[in-house]
Design a protein around this ligand. Structure first.
Ligand SMILES: [Zn+2]
Length: 403
């Protein structure tokens, strides 16, 4: 069982973190009922966790991968920070001890599919179900106590689809998007991850930070992020699922929305361009734009599939071209960019090229398709979750070239 205290636990004093008098600690634990709030994270949904100003929830995806996950665990342990991990089933099969370590350390463990396919937005629900169930089964198998697994799920690449969300909701599994990423799945430096994490947190004032415990740059950035959290008065919140013995933390409905006063002008503007736009928002230093191209083909399906859904009501209607040319933004990119630039884009998708990919001629198209940020490629690098995750990309590029 998660050895988590219930809501209202006082902030962890230094005394609560033996040997680490300057630890950030975990200020409180929030108990959530997935059935009451089936989808959270303002990157995609109307609601997010009921956090107060300056409260942060750390989340880590795609592990466990011992080399880096163990370092992340140690950094968190040194600060007495409790986080939430979204496990890839194949990783759990390869490193079951890594899953047990998370639970033993008191972290919350959810799942992130069996194979991390970046096709959740378009795969048949039956296939999505198999991926979800496979991830849960593999993670559960790694645990001595199956009830330690939280009914929390993060869709790979955040590639949401109505059918998948409905399926998860019907089973009482909470879909976790996030409030901001730090681009730690991309080829950026650890220092850049640190900067992005803090800039985006400061823009919203609180929220769920999306990180990956399989990346060396995340390991490099995490101590700096924690240092800044302390220096700027942020507090860590641990999230656990409600159970028969552990009722949900009482909250008001409005607490599940971002506070209006925390929405700076740029943030208030971002719904005009749905999804992730803050990642490219004017107040932030622009990320290497070509890196963002990796996700261009995927996001158009997102608003389309969310049409009519309550959460999506807050999002604007995408441009008509998005509907009429489904999954063609890469094609547009290809026609408006040099072949070399397109090739670089494709290379960027695989995540195995140098920074040079960020400077191709795809810059202008990337900007014109700015609504499609960047998240689809937050998968593990090829080889960490197996080749499956990387497969669809070259296939798709090939099919586009035929057109
Ligand atoms: Zn992932």
């Amino acid at each position: 069982m998660l050895a988590a205290p219930i809501a209202g636990t006082p902030a962890a004093a230094a005394a609560d973190c033996p040997g680490h008098p300057d630890a950030l600690g975990t200020s409180r634990t929030v108990v959530v009922d997935p059935r009451e709030h089936p989808r959270i994270g303002t990157m995609q949904y109307r609601e997010t966790l009921p956090l107060r100003d300056h409260e942060v929830v750390l989340t880590f995806d795609d592990g466990p991968l011992p080399k880096y996950s163990n370092q992340v665990l140690q950094i968190l342990a040194n600060e007495c920070i409790k986080a939430t991990f979204f496990i890839v089933g194949r990783q759990a099969q390869a490193n079951p001890e890594g899953v047990r370590k998370l639970v033993a350390a008191g972290h919350t463990v959810g799942t992130h599919s069996q194979n991390h396919p970046l096709t959740f937005e378009k795969m048949p629900v039956e296939k999505a179900k198999a991926e979800i169930d496979g991830g849960i089964a593999s993670t559960t198998a790694a645990l001595s106590d199956p009830s330690a697994l939280a009914p929390f799920f993060r869709i790979p690449g955040l590639l949401r689809a109505q059918g998948v969300e409905d399926l998860l909701a019907s089973r009482g599994i909470q879909v976790w998007s996030a409030d901001f990423p730090a681009d730690d799945w991309r080829h950026v430096s650890g220092e850049r991850v640190h900067q992005l994490a803090m800039q985006r947190l400061e823009a919203k004032g609180k929220g769920i930070l999306l990180l990956h415990d399989i990346q060396p740059r995340t390991v490099a950035a995490l101590p700096k992020i924690i240092h800044d959290l302390k220096a700027r008065g942020y507090r860590i919140v641990h999230v656990v699922p409600a159970t028969a013995d552990r009722p949900a933390t009482p909250t008001e409905p409005t607490e599940w929305l971002l506070h209006p006063q925390s929405e700076s002008v740029p943030v208030a503007r971002w719904p005009k361009i749905p999804n992730f736009v803050f990642a490219q928002g004017e107040p932030l230093p622009a990320p290497a734009l070509a890196d963002l191209n990796a996700e261009l083909p995927r996001q158009p399906a997102l608003p389309r599939r969310s049409a009519g859904e309550a959460d999506a009501a807050a999002l604007p209607v995408p441009g008509r071209d998005v509907f009429e040319i489904p999954e063609k933004s890469l094609a547009v990119l290809l026609t408006t960019s040099s072949r070399r630039g397109a090739t670089r884009t494709a290379s960027a998708e695989t995540g195995h090229r140098s920074h040079a990919v960020a400077r191709g001629k795809a810059r202008t198209p990337a900007r014109s398709h700015g609504r499609q940020h960047a998240h689809a490629a937050h998968t593990a690098p090829k080889g960490t979750t197996g080749g499956t995750a990387a497969k669809p990309r070259p296939t798709r590029l090939a099919s586009l070239k035929k057109r």
